[in-house]
Design a protein around this ligand. Sequence first.
Ligand code: HEC
Length: 137
Amino acid sequence: MKLISSVVIILFVIACTVGCDDHIYIQGERLYEYHCQNCHMSDGSGLEQVIPSIKESTYFHEKIDSLPCLIRHGRPEYMTSDSILLNMPVNYNLTEYEITNIINYLRVVWYEDEPININKTRVLLQDCPIPAMRYGQ
Ligand code: HEC
């Protein structure tokens, strides 16, 4: 019995060394899966004509300073070509740490860019244009 559980533990450790997350942005990844993936999909491709792809989004590069506010306050009034009005939802329950972790997961793991600092997120979030408008445009 002891032998079996040891083998199970060893196999788990080996499996995790090889197959588990190969980056440190674990919380950001989990939060993305929970709060973003339903719409933007696991690879960020979105849903054609309904949800924009975030794969090539400038919000992770040139418009990075607008991203914390976009995540927290969402963005209304996205009109599809079929005149369907869509919203990027608000995320008032996410802390500034969690928002930073989501951004860094996407920015570093997906886009191989530098991580942003929590202090930057904090400052940017103090100055969000409210009511929600079309951020960064
Ligand atoms: C209910 C569906 C939904 C969820 C959940 C969602 N989004 Fe969005 N997202 C949208 C829609 C719709 C837009 C387009 C809004 C607009 O342009 O006004 C959008 C826009 C964006 C954009 C801007 C893309 C661009 O280049 O214009 C980014 C970046 C983004 N979302 C990231 C996220 C992140 C990160 C999360 C998780 C915290 C998230 N979204 C959760 C629907 C969603």
